[in-house]
Design a protein around this ligand. Structure first.
Ligand code: ADP
Ligand code: GLC
Length: 491
């Protein structure tokens, strides 16, 4: 199949979260299975310049209609990974030459509607300019949802390149929908007839994700449990009814994300000071020491160490984590290492704890991939108390690095972690809790520490169970192929 993957970020080029990881590793897996895959994303010069040294120009002076009468200009760079996998970058300084992808100092760029409407339109134009015959147009989240609307519109449906194409939209996070003032419809070049409840209209505003959900041939999200949760009022962020509509039509699927096992392998990871495997965990113990050293914690092999690597956003439930660590820092013999950035009050609270308890809590406010690998490898436990979690990748990274996840039972966390009990020790890989209260999280973290301290064989068994689990895309890339076939009956 000729698959076009549209996204706002992909690792290693530009990344704010798991969408970037998936936007590299899933196209890679699909290409390995023999499909032709073209990934389109913006070129963010301030972020990607050195990572794109070996890109070549694929097209100069791409005209992109913007609004009813204007035309913007872009160019396309190409990074060819293999014969059948290329990354294409849409270059437009006006829209993408920014220090960060979506916001500055916590404030969304005021022209985000224009930026991503432009991206979606530029991707459609680029497909024509590069003469790609599309079988599957795979949109991701709100930033590229509009491609699915364009595909069905009179602007594009008569081109040969799109005549066999079906669209998929994958929801990586329903908490972000691209909701803007309705006047932004102007930039799309689509008429007001599109501003209705079956497309963009959402409480008199423009909702790009909603339009994608209602126009795509198939809708998917990144875990089976989340696919059920988003149909509820509690998790649906106002889109539960349109999603229910798609589910009743049999057009909504939940497919679990996989992980990039080339990047995330403790035996070969070059970002770690020591490598290890489930056969020999000496390197893991050394990584723990290295982590303690890095953060100035007491150098002790025997103390339970909890790690966190996360965006500090409401979604991640770290407000509850912050509420519950106070008592643990005062009363328990434990250590914490946290890497993250986001909400200012959380950054400040964590930095304050690090000052008050320098031997027990270390934190790095900011984004640091190398440190993230060390936290995954050197911690005993990895904490994810998410309010909602469409899939979550970190719990999988932690399991393959022999670090036991402590997670709230929601979304992909529910689907990937097997809860500990004495009876299922042969399968257990982590600890789950249900109610998002500080006491529930604290009790679970303490319970996990008691197993670590008092039942070493059980702790080690869980750790090995996690390390042996296959989270690679081998299983789930096949489910995407099936989804594509379901959408496009030619295959
Ligand atoms: P989300 O996409 O909702 O943030 P995921 O668990 O799917 O959650 O993916 C998060 C990705 O971002 C992981 O690869 C994680 O290691 C990475 N990450 C998040 N915050 C940081 C940080 N501060 N430094 C380094 N990596 C981070
Ligand atoms: C989103 C979700 C996360 C998921 C990632 C990749 O950022 O918050 O749960 O793992 O997308 O699909």
């Amino acid at each position: 199949m000729n698959i076009v993957w549209a996204t706002s970020e992909a690792a290693p080029y530009a990344k704010t979260g798991g969408l970037a990881d998936v936007s590299y590793s899933l196209p890679y897996a699909l290409a390995e299975n023999g499909h032709n895959v073209s990934v389109f994303m913006p070129y963010y010069p301030q972020i990607m310049a050195e990572k794109c040294d070996d890109t070549e120009s694929a097209y100069e002076l791409l005209g992109v209609p913007f609004g009813d009468s204007n035309e913007e200009w872009a160019s396309i760079r190409q990074h060819k990974i293999s014969e059948n996998l290329s990354f294409y970058f849409i270059e437009s300084d006006r829209f993408f030459d920014r220090p960060k992808l979506y916001d500055w100092d916590g404030n969304e760029y005021s022209d985000n509607a224009e930026r991503f409407i432009f991206l979606s339109r530029a991707i459609m134009q680029a497909i024509l300019a590069l003469d790609i015959k599309v079988d599957v147009l795979h949109c991701n989240d709100w930033h590229t949802a509009l491609c699915s609307v364009y595909l069905k519109s009179a602007l594009y449906n008569s081109f040969d390149n799109f005549s066999q194409a079906k669209s998929i939209i994958t929801i990586h996070n329903l908490g972000y929908q691209g909701i803007f003032k309705k006047s932004n419809l102007y930039w799309t070049g689509l008429g007001w007839d599109y501003f209705n409840v079956h497309c963009f209209e959402f409480y008199d505003q423009l909702n790009l994700l909603k339009a994608g959900v209602l126009t795509a041939d198939m809708v998917s999200t990144v875990s089976p449990t989340y696919a059920g949760e988003i149909l509820s009022l509690e998790y649906g962020f106002g889109l539960n009814r349109p999603l229910q509509h798609r589910a009743v039509q049999g057009k909504l699927r939940g497919i679990l994300n996989g992980i990039d096992v080339l990047e995330w392998d403790p035996e070969t990871d070059k970002l770690l000071p020591y490598n290890f495997s489930h056969r020999d965990l000496t390197g893991k113990a050394r990584c723990k020491m290295a982590l303690q050293k890095e953060f100035g914690l007491a150098l002790r092999p025997d103390v339970p160490l909890y790690g966190v690597v996360s965006r500090l956003a409401e979604q991640k439930g770290l407000d509850v984590f912050i509420d519950c660590i106070d008592a643990m820092l005062k009363e328990d013999d434990v250590q914490f290492v946290i890497i993250g950035s986001g909400e200012k009050w959380q950054e400040t609270a964590l930095a304050d704890y690090a000052k008050a308890y320098p031997n027990k809590l270390g934190c790095h406010i900011g984004y640091n991939n190398k440190l993230a690998h060390l936290v995954e490898a050197g911690s005993d436990f990895f904490v994810m108390p998410s309010r909602y979690e469409p899939c979550g990748l970190n719990q999988m990274y932690s399991m393959v690095y022999g670090t036991i996840p402590i997670v709230r039972s929601t979304g992909g966390l529910e689907d990937t972690v097997i809860n500990y009990s004495a009876q299922n020790i042969n399968n257990a890989t982590g600890f789950k809790f249900y109610d998002l209260y500080p006491a529930a999280l604290r009790d679970t973290m303490r319970w996990a520490a008691s197993i670590y301290l008092n039942d070493k064989p059980a702790f080690k068994k869980m750790l090995i169970n996690g390390m042996k689990t296959d989270f690679s895309w081998h299983h789930t890339a096949v489910e995407y192929e099936e989804l594509y076939r379901h959408a496009n009956s030619r295959f």
